[in-house]
Write a protein that binds this ligand. Structure first.
Ligand code: 13P
Ligand code: SF4
Length: 365
């Protein structure tokens, strides 16, 4: 069943005068602000952004790389071109005097929406009541909102991203007996497999059923609880898509994101974060055939950047939220820096969420 619950952010809309700008004019105005502000401005662009936004970003990367860049940025203004939770994380990680701006606050993430903290807390209480206090470690994927990161932080847990989920799981299971992971059930299973712990008993917590749809016996015998969220963009890919590529293009290497179903990851040659995929393509030899199971804008951009390699999508799947940031919305936020679309996480959520993010950064050593 598709989720309908969605987090509401203060409504903002790009004024008509900006919507009317041609792409060329918007680009010219963005470059003018970049020139004027110099080192006072840094634009971070996620790999799923439109190619024209990636081209104007100072850095591109996956959620882990961009969060590290935000944590170490010197610029007064950090403009985050990605989805909303990414800008929120930047605001938690950066200095108090820095200003984080997001060019379209309506660019949310349905996966993050699927695990609001006020639904997670009662689930946590049920499990603690059955299992006893102090046995369960919470870990949340970066694709979650600040309140859930804060919940995880104050309960001793960590954030993870697609590039380090298996390491975060290992850390969690060294600290406590069992693990509760939010919100992506597929990343959860893929991370357990990557860790070599598929033998652990993992059950899905169904957030729409009483007690997660689990009996007392099922709770007591489980090692890992997975929230029932998923990314619709990646769930779209099926094992049959991999079979078809193998049949039509036997020399193709198939790489996918670990938010895909386990059966898809199992059939692929490699799985990894968006940065992993970008590097894989960049380092492949000329003439390589690579089918990619991730967001279509990233695949198309890689195909354009590496015309001597045959890069194509495993199937067509697009993230409509990542697509909401346009040259026009970026021009508007840049010409009104600090006045519109400022993302600021207030205390105590900020400090508690920071604990969970810092634990992730420490895991990387
Ligand atoms: P990465 O951390 O791999 O960049 O993934 C973010 C994301 O939203 C994938 O859907
Ligand atoms: Fe969220 Fe999926 Fe879009 Fe990533 S691709 S931002 S997880 S909806």
């Amino acid at each position: 069943m598709e989720r309908t619950r969605s987090r509401v952010f203060p409504a903002t809309s790009v004024p008509d005068e900006y919507l009317a700008l041609s792409d060329e004019e918007a680009r010219r105005r963005i470059l003018a602000v970049k020139r004027e502000l110099g080192r006072d401005l840094v634009i971070l662009g996620h790999h799923y952004q439109r190619p024209e936004i990636v081209a104007l970003s100072d850095y591109r990367g996956d959620s882990f790389g961009l969060s590290k860049l935000a944590a170490n940025a010197e610029a007064r203004y950090i403009v985050f071109c990605g989805v909303h939770f990414m800008a929120e994380s930047a605001s938690i990680l950066c200095r108090e005097d820095q200003v984080v701006v997001h060019p379209n606050l309506e660019a949310g993430c349905p996966l993050a929406d699927s695990a609001p903290a006020d639904l997670v807390e009662p689930a946590w209480e049920v499990l603690n009541r059955v299992l006893g206090e102090g046995r369960l470690m919470p870990v949340t994927y970066m694709n979650s909102y600040a309140e859930l990161k804060a919940f995880v932080g104050r309960n001793g847990g960590a954030v993870c991203t697609s590039s380090n989920a298996h390491r975060a799981f290992q850390w969690a299971l060294e600290q406590r007996e069992r693990l509760f992971f939010f919100p992506d059930q597929y990343l959860g299973r893929n991370a357990l497999k990557r860790l070599g712990r598929s033998g652990l008993r993992a059950v899905v917590w169904n957030s729409e059923l009483f007690d997660g749809g689990l009996s007392r016996e099922e709770i007591e015998s489980a090692d890992v609880f997975l929230w029932d969220g998923y990314c619709h963009v990646h769930r779209w890919f099926l094992p049959e898509h991999v079979d078809r590529v193998r049949e039509l293009d036997p020399q193709a290497i198939v790489i996918v994101h670990p938010e895909c179903r386990e059966e898809v990851v199992a059939k692929a040659d490699h799985a990894g974060s968006t940065e992993f995929m970008a590097r894989f393509v960049a380092s492949a030899p000329d003439g390589a055939h690579i089918a990619i199971g991730t967001e279509i804008n990233m695949v198309r951009r890689l195909a354009m950047e590496f015309p001597t390699k045959r890069i194509y999508p495993l199937a067509r799947s697009m993230c409509p939220n990542m697509f909401k940031i346009t040259l026009q919305s970026l021009a508007w936020t840049l010409e009104n820096l600090g006045q519109v679309n400022v993302v600021r996480v207030e205390e105590p959520v900020r400090s508690q969420a920071r604990l969970a993010l810092d634990r992730m950064l420490q895991l990387e050593g």
